[in-house]
Design a binder for this molecule. Structure first.
Ligand code: ADP
Ligand code: MG
Length: 138
């Protein structure tokens, strides 16, 4: 099976009507959407998803922000999917993101930075399972 990663189009990007541009970038890069869901995360759901960051000073703000409006959760599949998506995203802080990357173009701040992407194959599997049942993925 080709490599998979989990992307989330965050509330700021959904609000500014960037869903189409961002999903187009995934497809243009050869990353195939395998499952996609638009949904509002509860605060508890966002806290579970970002549990690795629970000791960080920004955890409460981050999870409040992630539950502030609808997001689009996407499973992407393709060769080198994790790294390819991280390259498309750009650096965490849009100010430091390479020109033309999703965060450089659409990110508003280090917190409201348009997209999430898994940082390793292992974490991608955990994150995909957090949102999608095995039966939703083929
Ligand atoms: P990335 O999303 O690039 O993998 P991290 O995993 O380090 O970055 O952080 C997760 C998310 O937490 C970031 O995408 C961003 O929304 C938020 N975040 C990271 N660092 C900060 C910070 N210093 N202040 C506020 N929010 C932050
Ligand atoms: Mg991360």
């Amino acid at each position: 099976m080709a490599e998979r990663t989990l992307a989330i189009i965050k509330p700021d990007a959904v609000a500014k009507h960037a869903i189409g541009d961002i999903t187009h970038r995934y497809e243009e890069a050869g990353l195939s959407p395998k499952a996609m869901r638009m949904m509002c995360l509860s605060k508890t759901c966002a806290e579970g998803f970002y549990a690795v960051h629970r000791e960080r000073p920004f955890f409460n703000d981050l999870t409040t922000y992630m539950s502030s409006g609808p997001v689009v959760v996407v499973v992407l599949e393709g060769a080198d999917a994790v790294k390819k998506n991280r390259d498309l995203m750009g650096a965490t802080d849009p100010k430091n993101a390479e020109a033309g990357t999703i965060r450089a173009v659409h990110g508003a701040s280090i917190e409201a930075n348009a997209v999430h992407g898994s940082d390793s194959v292992e974490n991608a599997q955990i994150e995909i399972r957090y949102f999608f049942a095995e039966s939703e993925l083929r």
